[in-house]
Design a protein around this ligand. Sequence first.
Ligand SMILES: Cc1cc2nc3c(=O)[nH]c(=O)nc-3n(C[C@H](O)[C@H](O)[C@H](O)COP(=O)(O)OP(=O)(O)OC[C@H]3O[C@@H](n4cnc5c(N)ncnc54)[C@H](O)[C@@H]3O)c2cc1C
Length: 309
Amino acid sequence: MSANAKHATPVQKLLLDPGFDGEVMTKEPMARHTSYRIGGPAAYLVRADSPSAVRQVMDACAEEGIPWTVVGRGTNLLVSDAGYPGVVLVLGRDFKQIGCSPERGRIVAGGAALLSSVVQLAMREGLTGLEFAVGTPGTIGGAVRMNAGTRDVGMGTVVDSVVLIDPGEGIHRVSASDIRWDYRSTSIPDDAVIAECEISMEESDLILIRGRMEANMARRKKSQPLGLPSCGSVFKNPEGASAAKMIDEAGLKGRRVGGACVSEVHANFIVNTGGATAEDVRQLMDIVGSEVEKAYGIKLQPEVRFLGF
Ligand SMILES: Cc1cc2nc3c(=O)[nH]c(=O)nc-3n(C[C@H](O)[C@H](O)[C@H](O)COP(=O)(O)OP(=O)(O)OC[C@H]3O[C@@H](n4cnc5c(N)ncnc54)[C@H](O)[C@@H]3O)c2cc1C
């Protein structure tokens, strides 16, 4: 460790520690880590390659008294233009593994594994239950945390258990039945890192599985503006209603603030048409929210997660 380490803060010490199993970046633009291509700098972006490195980061943040948050592929995130004044933790090496467990019908995937890779493996293994997730970007950790899915089905329908790392209990396994799986949210605590997930599925015919996946993908390509940066659906669907339909009927398709625009293809997508700021997206969300409330008396709730606001 260099002489500077004497005066370094606990998080800076990780940066200077050659034995740290990961990488520490300072003032890392979050626009590089979000599907929106929007977001100011994180004070630190730390990639932790092993569970012990995750614990080290948590301990360093607690000692220094700075906030931390874990991020997957940033496909459901709006990061403020000012950035995040703490540690953004991303999971590396040990959390990217995907494999079939010896028990038929089970897949074990690390928190940083891509959901799309797990969906493909399930198909190749002739396992049904994840067809709904085809085309959903992001990691297993993000998908589990968000209970990602459609209006009717989410990750909670296939997850058997998750391994969490949290500052209090350390590494521990939680059964899916002990987690509340709500529409685009779960009861997994905010300070828990999803390190691994075990998925359990039924066997089925590969041709049928592939057919359902192709149909879902075709529907997605037709109805979503996949060529422009976005975070997917911006608002949750209110009970018994469609946010996209309400936004469309309120005449908001094409409404713009700066580089942010309500998509002409899917009204619940706000796309970055080039150079949009987080403030542009936020202001446009406010306009859409108040116009829909005026027209329907319903307050739309955001599905996108905010960071640094
Ligand atoms: C084109 C497009 C289409 C989309 N379609 C869908 C869809 O059909 N259905 C759907 O539900 N969503 C959809 N999304 C939104 C998004 O892809 C999902 O929510 C996805 O599961 C987020 O994964 P992520 O790794 O990018 O998570 P991030 O966006 O990085 O994070 C999302 C949340 O999860 C938390 N998180 C991430 N990783 C972990 C971890 N390892 N442990 C604990 N918490 C963690 C973060 O702190 C944050 O609160 C879409 C997005 C886009 C851009």
